[in-house]
Design a protein around this ligand. Structure first.
Ligand code: ADP
Ligand code: ZN
Ligand code: ZN
Length: 844
């Protein structure tokens, strides 16, 4: 019998990042498990928490230990392996346990305590008698206002504080008084954000002889009731109330009378919100594997069949049939009675991808999509937790899909940066996937046409501390179509020839040709190169956020300017606040400007624009793609959204408007990202019978990332890029930890950041780790900074950063975590925040 539970409470602070002990009340003892969600008293509040371990013995004086208040779910939302995974995450990413646990459950279950008001027992009795006309005791002493409130609460059983103060806004004092006198009292309970959805169903409660008797008993007046019963008997299964009412055109009263007589039952039955219920997915069958696919499939299924843990890097050119391999491997996994997770970048969680999985596995698939409502997401998650589906597809957080017997995790486009979460817990889904698969003895497939240098290097060197995947290659397209021909266009040359348009002559001609032939074009614009700021043409004033050192973004719909970091908003100015000039204007998004230029150059051209503005509404993404597929557009124009996963047979031309906008970013991965993006975009052209062409417009035509991507030459690119990385000691030849310190006052921050950095250096020195990475030692650690962060001020807080760069088997995360804790303890400044980003992806 478990007597005590250790609970991680939902109180985010450094001091509370440890388990707290609670007694298990006898009534709950059979129900509480590791992973259970509970409401527990904490200080003077009730908070949500997760049970992380159970104990038969009491470790300390139990009189000081408080019992658990409530158990919030019958089935624990977290299986115990996820609780273990959270502990691993907390070590690996220096994050708190609670932040790791919260990342694993749907937001619907992030309950908050509600305060409920009840009437004290003795006063309840009195009120009952009052309603019978007997008035006495303290009740008689209450004024009219008090009595009304007590009667109201008594009638409702209990009400929330929020509800009560909304109903009696001018009687807060009266309510406080009643609380003070002990006539009312307060309790707290955790309230979830969404409820399970139910529908009323009706079923016959009689059968056989009894049914005959019942039918015979209805006189003429009860003719409608008789009809309902006949119908229920005929169907022989529960029906939704709605269906009964609409089919028979009867009222709910009729059905209720039938139920009152005991001939039918009405029940609330739990249902799952299904975001895809109105969509039809065409069923597909496995294709006969090509020889390349066969090789890959054999490796994968051998591992699956043996119940072994294994990581595979599936490097296959765009259109080489990777997705088909995923589908067939998942099918094998399901047939072995195990489950599979498919991770895709949020951006490519397009209808096309969902369609392929739904088409093959139908209702066995749950889709976890950020565009779903909180309720829909909760229900998809419950299908997984309750074992009603075998496959989960979703963006990075789907790596936590609570399957009981996970056999396979597929990560498509494994190089995508969106697999790294930029908020706490700052985890990378690839590393989490490998760890989860290790727990379950499961296989991992990392698929990409352009694997990340980290994964590729890990596979090649077989020495990475975390995982060493096996490389599987696919170089051909099953359709027999060839990779498209890629032309690099030097935009400096265009300018010299007098062409000032954003379209080169070649691309212009290419688009014209496609319109003529009735073929389609995809135009890609790197979003990062353009912004949507407001600038004065006369004096150069740029509207900036007063709290953060960044420019404000113009929002067309609301005609205001907003800060993307703190949410500050202000109406768009019509004259410059600095010089009163009227030439202050909004520099449209890149895509809007390209759209404008296209209509000027090609009158009557049909452009489908896909960017943040046009896809913000639910379902807009799907509609736009369907319109393009139905050939209602000549050109699909967009940002990253058009680069991934799309497969349209009539697209024969892809144009990249400005390939190098990302190359100038101060990020050591900018060449890699450019190479990946160009390769992806180029892969959209000529995927079927018609051959494809790609035009890459650039001001840096000699850059190796552009040259190698134009030749579809991943290996040459990697060779050259790895050389740069090795020289500069960047990943994969080192690992990074980015520490950002922030404070409201700049001079204070400066001092604290110096303090932190020297403490860190001192500790590293004492461990014998600190030194120059240029020395040829297998282990080394260097600390850069402190320097102002690339975004030096956000939400009125100044930011400084230190970068820890190290190689070898050093536990640098613990070093940084302990130094950060020591600094906080020593400085005791409530305004100071230290954030740790292990293996950072965004250096901006
Ligand atoms: P990738 O995921 O590598 O981009 P896909 O799986 O989308 O590639 O395959 C590209 C195209 O080739 C798709 O239209 C797909 O239906 C087709 N395809 C894949 N495998 C086969 C096969 N074994 N036989 C015939 N066609 C195939
Ligand atoms: Zn001005
Ligand atoms: Zn701001």
């Amino acid at each position: 019998m478990h007597k005590m539970a250790k609970v991680i409470v939902d109180v985010p602070s450094r001091e509370t990042d440890r388990p707290f002990d609670y007694l298990i009340p006898e009534s709950m003892s059979g129900w509480i498990e590791v992973g259970s969600r509970v409401g527990v008293p904490f200080g003077r509040r009730t908070v949500q928490g997760f049970v992380v371990s159970l104990h038969d013995q009491l470790e300390m004086d139990s009189s000081r230990m408080k019992p658990i208040d409530e158990l919030l779910d019958l089935l624990p939302p977290l299986p115990s392996d996820l609780v273990q995974l959270a502990a691993w995450m907390s070590r690996k990413y220096a994050c708190s346990m609670i932040s790791a646990l919260q990342a694993m459950i749907p937001s619907a279950l992030k309950g908050k305590a509600e305060r409920y008001i009840h009437v004290a027992d003795e006063h309840q009795r009195e009120e009952e008698r009052t309603s019978e006309g007997v008035l006495f005791n303290s009740q008689a002493l209450l004024g009219e206002a008090e009595r009304e409130i007590v009667a109201y609460i008594n009638h409702s059983g209990s009400v929330t504080m929020a509800h009560l103060s909304a109903r009696y806004p001018d009687r807060i004092e009266v309510i406080k008084n009643l609380l003070g006198q002990g006539i009312l009292f307060e309790s707290q309970a955790i309230k979830d954000r969404v409820r399970k959805k139910t529908v009323k169903t009706v079923a016959a409660a009689v059968s056989g002889e009894a049914a005959k008797e019942a039918l015979a008993s209805f006189g003429g007046k009860a003719r409608r009731q008789r009809e309902v019963l006949e119908f229920l008997l005929e169907v022989g299964a529960p029906l939704s109330m709605k269906e009964v009412l609409s089919t028979l055109r009867v009222t709910a009263g009729t059905v209720k009378s039938l139920a009152d007589k005991g001939y039918a039952t009405i029940e609330d039955v739990e249902v799952f919100r299904d975001p895809y219920q109105d969509r039809h997915f065409k069923a597909t069958k496995p294709l006969e594997r090509t020889p390349e696919q066969e090789d890959v499939y054999r490796y994968l299924t051998e591992t699956l069949d043996d119940h072994r843990h294994g990581v595979f890097l599936l490097h296959g050119v765009t259109g080489s049939g990777k997705t088909e391999v995923y589908l067939q491997t998942i099918e094998r996994c399901i047939s072995l009675g195990r489950q599979a997770i498919v991770l895709v970048p949020e951006i490519s969680l397009t209808p096309q991808m969902v369609e392929r999985f739904k088409g093959r596995f139908g209702s066995k698939v749950a889709v976890m999509h950020s565009r779903l409502s909180t309720g829909e997401r909760y229900d998809e998650w419950r299908k997984i937790r309750e074992g009603r589906v075998q496959v989960a597809i979703g963006a990075r957080s789907a790596v936590f899909a609570p399957f009981a017997d996970l056999g396979l995790i597929v990560m498509d486009e494994e190089h995508e940066t969106s697999y790294k979460q930029e908020e706490t817990p700052k985890y990378h889904a690839r590393d989490v996937a490998v760890e989860r698969a290790r727990q379950h003895g499961a296989a991992v497939i990392l698929g990409s046409a352009t694997p990340s240098l980290e994964s590729y290097h890990a596979a090649r060197s077989q020495s990475n501390d975390h995982f060493a995947p096996m490389i599987l290659e696919m170089n051909q397209r099953p359709s027999g179509s060839r990779l498209p021909g890629v032309h690099i266009i030097d935009m400096r040359e265009e300018l010299r020839e007098g062409n000032r348009s954003m379209f080169s002559r070649a691309l212009h001609q290419g688009i014209a040709q496609r319109i003529e032939r009735g073929e389609q074009t995809v135009l890609f614009l790197n979003r990062r190169g353009y912004s949507t700021f407001v600038m004065c043409r006369t004096c150069g004033y740029v509207a900036g956020c007063p709290e953060c050192d960044i420019s404000l973004t113009y929002h067309q719909k609301s005609d205001n300017l907003r800060c993307h970091y703190c949410g500050y908003a202000t109406p768009a100015p019509s004259v410059c606040p600095e010089c009163q000039s009227e030439h202050i204007r909004y520099f449209g998004t890149g895509t809007q400007r390209v759209e404008g230029e296209l209509s000027k150059l090609f009158p009557g051209i049909r452009v489908i624009r896909m960017d943040v503005d046009t896809t913000s509404e639910k379902g807009a993404h799907e509609r736009l793609l369907q319109a393009f597929r139905d050939k209602k557009g000549d050109v699909l124009l967009g940002t990253q959204m058009v680069a991934k996963g799309l497969d349209f047979p009539d697209v024969t031309l892809v144009g990249v408007i400005a390939a190098d906008t990302a190359l100038n970013f101060p990020d050591f991965r900018s060449a890699e990202k450019t190479f990946q993006l160009l390769t992806q975009v180029a892969g959209r052209a000529g995927r079927h019978q018609l051959p494809g062409e790609v035009y890459i417009q650039t001001y840096m035509p000699e850059h190796y990332s552009i040259i190698h991507s134009s030749r579809h030459d991943y290996h040459s690119f990697v060779r050259e890029e790895l050389q740069h990385r090795r020289t500069l000691h960047y990943p994969p030849y080192s690992r990074l930890i980015l520490v950002t310190l922030s404070h409201e006052q700049l001079p204070v921050l400066l001092r604290m950041a110096e303090n932190f950095a020297s403490e860190l250096r001192g500790r590293a020195q004492r461990l014998g780790w600190y030194g120059d990475l240029d020395r040829l030692t297998p282990e080394a650690l260097d600390i850069l900074g402190p320097v102002a962060s690339p975004l030096p001020r956000i939400k009125n807080r100044y930011r400084f950063q230190c970068m820890v760069k190290y190689r070898g088997d050093l536990d640098a995360v613990t070093l940084v975590r302990e130094t950060s804790a020591a600094t906080m303890d020593q400085l005791r400044d409530a305004s100071l925040q230290i954030s740790i980003d292990v293996d950072p992806q965004m250096l901006m």
